[in-house]
Design a protein around this ligand. Structure first.
Ligand SMILES: [Zn+2]
Length: 170
């Protein structure tokens, strides 16, 4: 259910006390799937601990920080052995999605910033102070819906994998 649909749905309950809790309206992706403790050192929740071994760190997700983000942006995909990076310039018209996955792959290979679980992206408009205009709020809600869909898509993809840390709830 998108934000707009949700608002319309809730509108009929307005003025009649509390709104219906969202889980009676829709099932969330987390209602369907759960973390498999066997793949997560026995824990049913996401957690981070210090891993020092190279082999362990290799398995973690590579990410970036404020300092090296621009570097990855500029270099793009991992340059081939013995070849310089193909610097991106404005004339390049690759589609964003492929560059984005290539960028992630690059980070996974070389980044020294590693995390066990991917951090969730910041909700759209989170850092903007003040109330958004109606148009702006709609825009942000649409982006948030998109992000949720993307997250669900990724989770479903991961469940298919053999070493998945997620499993379907029984
Ligand atoms: Zn960095």
């Amino acid at each position: 259910m998108t934000a707009v649909e949700k608002r319309e749905y809730y509108a009929q309950y307005k003025g009649k006390g509390r709104y219906v809790p969202p889980d009676t309206v829709e099932t969330r992706i987390r209602d369907e799937y759960e973390i498999d403790p066997k793949q997560n050192e026995g824990a049913k929740f996401q957690f981070h601990d210090v891993k020092r071994r190279k082999a362990d760190r290799q398995k973690m997700h590579g990410t970036d920080c404020e300092c090296c983000r621009d570097y990855y942006e500029a270099v793009g995909p991992l340059p081939k052995y013995n070849q310089g990076p193909k610097w991106r310039d404005s004339s390049d018209e690759e589609d964003d999605r492929t560059t984005d996955t290539a960028l992630r792959e690059h980070q996974n290979k070389v980044s020294r910033h590693r995390e066990t679980w991917k951090r969730n992206p910041t909700p759209p408009g989170y850092w903007e102070i003040g109330f958004p205009s109606t148009q702006k709020a709609e825009e942000q809600n649409a982006i948030a819906d998109e992000m949720n869909k993307e997250r669900a898509r990724q989770l479903k993809q991961e469940v298919e994998r053999k070493d998945s840390r997620w499993r379907k709830k029984k």
